[in-house]
Design a protein around this ligand. Structure first.
Ligand code: 13P
Length: 265
């Protein structure tokens, strides 16, 4: 990549599988093996797999995809029953961690300050946090999308301070709640405008951070959307839920996304 390449060409462009709370040991092991076989020697962009916590070590030997977790504690260590620290995730081979997923905001009541502390802890431990932001259907209908996204992003950036500006590891994911699990992905125009908004907000803090930070899209992604989304300048990666559990579909998504790497495409 030459120094004169556009900023977007220099950002990491991962495709991430979020398994959520599905699967069992046998299923995940078979799926991981099948994915390794399908991905081939060197996928042109990172592929990341986020299984449930108990199955992280199943993937310790994976060579063609990286490992991520679905959540992390905000504390370094201590008497926090049921929590898993960033250092433990690193110890189990994780490189990435999803933070602030809307399902955790909804069902575990996670709020922006806690999420911001988790992001800070993940960065400090050397993980790449994928910070999820998104509006509900009601918020969208009320025209509050920008307000909700900006508030969530600013909470993280304020807590991080210089760490956020300096860290090359921060990732964002736009995951509209109304698109998750609905089979109804956001349209390319909506995605393009929200991603551009997030990029502008990052730029208001620091131009280098804005150029460097990958912004992923998640919400009912299938191979068809991967093909549409790969053309959008500010969409740097995909966060895939349901479709990732079918290894053929997930591989088709990776292929469709990675095709963007081909100069003639
Ligand atoms: P679906 O792809 O099932 O809509 O899930 C998206 C998601 O929440 C990924 O984190």
């Amino acid at each position: 990549m030459s120094a004169s390449s556009p900023p977007g060409a220099r950002r990491s462009r991962p495709v991430v599988a979020n398994w959520k709370m599905y699967g069992d040991r046998r299923m995940l092991a078979a799926w991981g093996q099948a994915l390794e076989e399908r991905l081939g020697a060197s996928p042109p962009a990172p592929v990341v797999v986020c299984p449930p916590f108990p199955y992280l070590l199943l993937f310790a030997g994976a060579r063609r995809f990286a490992l991520g977790a679905q959540d992390v504690a905000d504390e370094e260590d201590g008497a926090y029953t049921g929590c898993v620290s960033a250092a433990m995730l690193r110890d189990c081979g994780c490189r990435y961690v999803i933070v602030g997923h809307s399902e955790r905001r909804t069902y575990q009541g996670e709020r922006d300050p806690l999420i911001a502390r988790k992001v800070a802890g993940a960065l400090a431990a050397g993980l790449r946090p994928i910070v999820c932001l998104g509006e509900s259907q009601a918020e969208r209908d009320a025209g509050r999308t920008e307000e909700i996204l900006v508030r969530a992003l600013e909470a993280v950036l304020d807590t991080l301070g210089p760490l956020g500006v300096e860290s090359p590891e921060l990732h964002l994911a736009y995951e509209p709640l109304w698109a998750i699990g609905s089979g109804r992905p956001a349209g390319p125009e909506d995605v393009a405008s929200v991603h551009a908004l997030l990029r502008r907000r990052l730029r208001a803090h620091d131009a280098t951070m804005a150029d460097r930070t990958p912004i992923l899209y998640g919400g009912s992604v299938r191979a068809l959307q991967a093909r549409e989304l790969r053309a959008l300048e500010d969409v740097d990666g995909l966060l895939v839920g349901g479709a990732s559990r079918d290894v053929d579909e997930f591989h088709a998504i990776c292929r469709a996304w990675h095709d963007r790497e081909r100069p003639q495409d």
